[in-house]
Design a protein around this ligand. Sequence first.
Ligand code: BJ8
Length: 386
Amino acid sequence: MELKKELPEIFEEFAEARRNSFISAKKVKDNNIPMIGTFCTYFPQELAIAMGAITVSLCSTSDETIPDAEKDLPRNLCPLIKSSYGFAKTDKCPYFYFSDLIVGETTCDGKKKMYEYLGQFKNVHVMNLPNTQSEDSLVLWKKEIIRLKEALEAQFGVTITEDDIRAAIRSRNDVRRAMKRFYSLSKLDPVPMTGVDQYKVLYGSTFRMDQRIKENKLASDIDDIIAKIMTEYETNKLPKKPRILVTGCPLGGVMEKIVGAIEQNGAYVVCYENCGGAKAVEDLVDEENPDVYDALARKYLNIGCSCMSPNPNRILLMDRLIDEYKVDAVVEVILQACHTYNVETLSIKRFVNQEKGIPYMSVETDFSTSDAGQLNTRLAAFIEML
Ligand code: BJ8
């Protein structure tokens, strides 16, 4: 990373990573490196890294292809699912185009049914994710992780050893530790960066192509950014404002509309509990566990997504984050027709209001801009009250 660059430029570079995707993905393919497309935080990325592959997130974030998707799928479906299907159908997503294999998990109903159709366009492997976090589920999930390893070996003609997996676990943990060091900077009050800038790095990092163990520079690049942020922080502090934790569905398609509005109306987003933020990063894979499959199964099954029933880990994580980040209020983002997160808003609201004693608001939205004005007004009124 070019350290002479100014911070805004560095944040923008991360934001650009996805837009520059076609060129970077093509380079990967030109070098005959396998590419695996994924849709979810439950995907055990270490298996792909262990075989020297690159993983790319296919969760589409724009409404551009939704009309095409709606020709095949119901309109009242989550925009993330419609957008993903639309990009696959129209072949407009370079990552989808270059992916040799797509891996999905049986998370929410819409996504798992959509995977059945993706098979028309690409080779798809679906992992059967249990929807409870019991010991029985752990046995099943471990088997599914081994089944995925065997599928990768069969498709790509490779052998994935336990030592390969152990090295991948260490490499991904290094990245997780660096990401956590980075977003933990926002525990400072006043904050050292806006939530928009924090998100650019969190989200942009997932589109880096230097994931293979020997090429991985992400952790050291993140540490360089941290050093730069802290140097600037000594002389140039942002004003103190109310501190918001954002939770709920993934934010890729609605970040500007929600986080932009929160910050333009007088607050800062200090923490993202969603996938793409703490939910994916906080827990490491246990490097000391001699059974690498058990270690992976435990880490991933513990993710506090609303497709788990019950879903205590989400509350446990939020409890800790609200305290650590000195959060003044919580904003929950629901993508339209996401039933699991939508139903869970009741328990999250109760927890935030009653247990933590701070204000809570939920917003339901999609990838269009048609509700931007209305959302802005609601968020402004909420922040005004803090
Ligand atoms: S681990 S949050 S990435 S499932 S928003 S498609 S749940 S209807 S994205 Fe998710 Fe994995 Fe969970 Fe994270 Fe369905 Fe809801 Fe749409 Fe969703």
